[in-house]
Design a binder for this molecule. Sequence first.
Ligand code: NAD
Length: 453
Amino acid sequence: MSTIATIPKIRDALRATFHSGLTHSIPWRQHQLYQLAHMAQNERELICNALQKDLGKPKTEVLANELGSVIKRALKSAERLPEWVKAEHPEVIDWQKPWNPTIYKAPKGTVLIISPWNFPMMLSFQPLTGAIAAGCTVILKPSELVPTFSQLLEEIVPKYLDPNAYRVVNGVIPETTKLLELQWDHIFYTGNGKVARIIASAAAKHLTPMTLELGGKSPVIIDSAYNIDLAAKRILWGKCHNAGQICVAPDYVLVQRDKQDELVKAFQKHYNAFFSKGALDSPSFGSIVSDSHYKRLTSLLSRTKGEMVLKGRADAARKRLELTIVKNVAGGDSLLEEELFGPILPIVPVDSLDQAVNFVNASSHPLVLYAFSDNEIVSETHSGGIVFNDTLQQLAVSELPFTGVGESGYRYQFIKYTYDTFTQLRSSIDMPKEAEANLVVRYLPHSEEAVKV
Ligand code: NAD
């Protein structure tokens, strides 16, 4: 672990590297991106074991969602980089063409990435990939809630990436507070809204630009005409992923009152097919990350006024919590207070689609809205993304910008969008000497006849 005293020195060294021009070369950046992919590939056993230890994360989930996406995005970024970095020449009116108006793609500088525990590999390396591609130097601060993994990163990253340009700094609140006292050229934070406010305040002192990738309660609306059985299967799959600890997990379901029991039955059927012996000991189902999150979830369940229709077993010693489905949940219930971020699925019955839309609009803007419908019914809602007739699968499309809106965050990420985040568009003109004849009207003294508006 880095000591607090070394943090400013590390930042200064990274800044010196940036000014040396090392990260400006495109082949050099591509090499670092290939190295990143190589690291994910080579160290996959250590990474899988660390995530198993910290989160009980199933190996298949790690391979597909953490390692797979890191490798794919690093390779795509390396491949597309020569196209992305090209300067652009905007269309301008004829008499400005000789000025050669150009948009250069400049790396922002030395940046800070703060990542969370729930997908610690993907959510550390997704922003890092964009920062490397853009030509920035980086401190990556992983989450202390996945200590085995975060320590592993500190050990393996320098074996693959140039330590003069990229450093992992581990620590808890004092270390992060020290990091936030320093000036950065961009801060990329993924995590909860409470800490986001601390980070945004620190960034404001230096007017540092930020990306905030936050969470919230992502609702599901089911149109009563939609196939309830299929909706249940797809929602359940999304909810079971990482034991519900994913920022885009379906948080609660709004369904027409007369379809609620059919939906419950379909959930029960698919749950039994997914977990024939329950999820408590299933290797396909993750654990809760910490005792405090475990207590938070069981406390929410103990206070609900809804009716448990699938009651998950709990094992506090192992932080294992099976999925619990609760029906007849109404506004004001404990399960609707905050983002659940765990294996609890409340069902809120409504009388109409309009009521469902009003329910969603009465809360802060979610990261994503899931709508199971054959019609585009929800244009009057706001959310970072909108997914029709499935859950989570939007994450597989790296070419779509990923973002929140309002309380769920701001600015974009994924492949090119992450590159853009760490890139400054540097506008330029180059006035030719020969333009002097056309510029004569601008010189003093002013003459009203010369100015045509
Ligand atoms: P976390 O507890 O790991 O915190 C995230 C980071 O903030 C960590 O690196 C941690 O060290 C740091 N941190 C914690 N307290 C701090 C403080 N007082 N000052 C400075 N830094 C501090 O993770 P979390 O916040 O529990 O993550 C879960 C949240 O993140 C959920 O709300 C989820 O929806 C959201 N999330 C969003 C996305 C997205 O892409 N939009 C992805 C994953 C998670």
